[in-house]
Ligand binder design. Structure first.
Ligand SMILES: [Zn+2]
Length: 103
């Protein structure tokens, strides 16, 4: 196996690991969106991010990735963006009624 093939294989197994984790949780921590686990994102609930789980994982090992995952909750892209621009949303946040109230 060439080193390129090795890296590709590593990347695939890390991706598969993350996808399996997303699938096992299956929903947004805040609004419970559960229609598509693939789009869920990792949000660090405390300010202790070492690296972005969804980003380029480089040579991170699966145990290292798992340690980072343990610091996170899975959230849908809508909740994630709202949190990142400063909305304080709580568990059982209902994005749909929130949106309805705004239109
Ligand atoms: Zn959500």
């Amino acid at each position: 196996m060439t080193s390129t093939e090795f890296r590709q294989k590593q990347r695939h197994s890390r991706r598969a690991y993350i996808n399996a984790h997303k699938k096992s949780i299956g929903k947004c921590f805040y609004c419970s969106f559960n229609k598509c686990y693939e789009i869920l994102e990792y949000h660090h609930i405390q300010n202790n991010k070492s690296f972005n789980v969804g980003g380029k994982l480089g040579s991170k090992s699966i145990p290292t990735i798992q340690k980072e995952i343990d610091k996170c909750v899975l959230v849908c892209p809508n909740c994630h963006k709202m949190i990142n621009i400063g909305y304080k949303i709580k568990k059982n946040f209902n994005i749909w009624s929130w949106l309805r109230e705004r239109v």
